[in-house]
Design a protein around this ligand. Structure first.
Ligand code: 5GP
Ligand code: MN
Length: 331
């Protein structure tokens, strides 16, 4: 395990955090559980050390995560008066949201392999299961102990990013960190129920409409969420209502994709894959990013255009990858 005292990035982060009195914490647009949990978990730990924190998400808190205590502290606008800016779980500046993408970021803490190291200090650990896991490990070592509330928030981040500890990056280390958070007073079964299992009636209706158009060709499976579906289902969010998690459960496919139509003639694409494929590579071709088994991009165009272009590139990638595998076996 890293010894933060010997490692200059940790010494630098500790010094900056200790010196700040009004830190501003930011994370990515269309926030997921890890983005939100990292903000709340770190915010609570800094607040307990006497700092006055601002927590800002340009898209606000998705309704399904509003049960998390202290999430009501999160604002969508920045107030003047901060003396340190920390970006959490965010792989590039644009993902902070268009109004925040030019801010001078002091500290960038993330686990995306595609992170662009855009801050003065960058702690990017792609082997970590979640940004919340990085914070669970290092906040106490930087001098910010975790109490029951911050531990609960951080456990939610680990739980949601690993879809209930089932992604391939979950290790014994991840489970030990989760165990430590439980010892601190986090509530695993409650979080599991509220953050992963529970779905609103509108989400389930949205799944139904989208799954009705589920398609499969070769080892790819995909569907879309249209603006019309959202209206018909009464679903107000612009996220995927966790449908990508459902698609990732389909057997005997290499990659599942979701095309999520947005208002401004852009399509949010999500890829999910098993251990053989690295979908972050495909997403980067379209200006996106993510992890080898889970990645996304926002692409301009109509649903039909984007579907055609992305399915072609994805199936070419699968063919190349399989041909490479066969060559290596043949050697
Ligand atoms: P999702 O498909 O659930 O939106 O995202 C899957 C993963 O890819 C997450 O780790 C997310 O942060 C990342 N991701 C999703 N969309 C984008 C994007 O447009 N740009 C970048 N850089 N990363 C993305
Ligand atoms: Mn994450």
């Amino acid at each position: 395990m890293t010894n933060p005292k010997k490692n200059s990035i940790h010494a630098d982060i500790t010094a900056r955090l200790q010196a700040a009195s009004q830190p501003l914490l930011l994370s990515h647009i269309r926030p997921d559980g890890d983005a939100l949990a990292s903000l709340v978990g770190m915010g609570l730990a800094l607040q307990a050390a006497g700092k006055s924190c601002q927590l800002v998400l340009s898209d606000g808190v998705p309704s399904k995560f509003r049960f998390l205590s202290w999430s009501e502290q999160i604002r969508t606008q920045i107030q003047p008066g901060y003396d340190l800016i920390v970006a959490l779980d965010c792989s590039d500046r644009q993902r902070l949201g268009s109004s925040f993408s030019d801010l001078p970021i002091d500290i960038n803490i993330d686990h995306h392999i595609t992170n662009e190291h855009f801050a003065a200090l960058n702690l990017v650990l792609p082997q970590s299961a979640a940004t919340a896991a990085i914070l669970a490990q290092f906040l106490p070592l930087w001098g910010f102990p975790l109490d029951a509330q911050s531990s609960n928030a951080l456990l939610m981040g680990i739980l949601t990013d690993t879809i209930g500890f089932r992604t391939s990056n979950v290790s014994a280390h991840t489970l030990r960190q989760a165990a430590r958070l439980l010892e601190n007073g986090a509530h695993l079964s409650d979080l599991y129920e509220r953050a992963l299992v529970n779905q609103s009636f509108a989400s389930c209706r949205l799944w139904g409409l989208a799954l009705n158009r589920l398609q499969k060709k070769g080892c790819l499976a995909w569907t879309s969420i249209t603006l019309q579906d959202r209206k018909q289902a009464g679903y107000s969010g612009r996220d995927d209502a966790d449908l990508t998690n459902v698609l990732s459960a389909i057997e005997n496919i290499d990659i599942s994709l979701l095309f999520n139509e947005q208002k401004d003639r852009t399509i949010k694409v999500s890829w999910r894959s098993g251990a053989e494929m690295d979908v972050s590579k495909i997403s980067q071709r379209f200006g996106g990013g993510g992890h080898p088994p889970a990645a996304g991009a926002e692409i301009s165009g109509s649903l039909e255009e984007v579907e055609e272009m992305v399915l072609k590139a994805t199936s070419e990638y699968v063919q190349e990858k399989k041909a490479q595998g066969e060559n290596e076996h043949g050697k």
